[in-house]
Design a protein around this ligand. Structure first.
Ligand SMILES: [Zn+2]
Length: 56
């Protein structure tokens, strides 16, 4: 079962769409099931860096 409310992985804005209406980044569940903290933070930092480069 999938939650309707999604959260942007880049800017943290909540949305019901798969893509953030604010920054266009992919959204995901606000509470991800099971991820290793290291992997999660690594992916988050990589994505954040990419968004910042795009917004320049
Ligand atoms: Zn966003």
């Amino acid at each position: 079962m999938r939650s309707i409310l999604q959260k942007c992985l880049a800017c943290g804005r909540y949305s019901m769409k798969d893509v953030c209406p604010n920054c266009g980044h992919a959204t995901g569940s606000p509470m991800p099931p099971r991820y290793s903290p290291e992997d999660r933070y690594g992916a988050y930092r990589r994505k954040l860096k990419r968004v910042h480069e795009l917004e320049r």
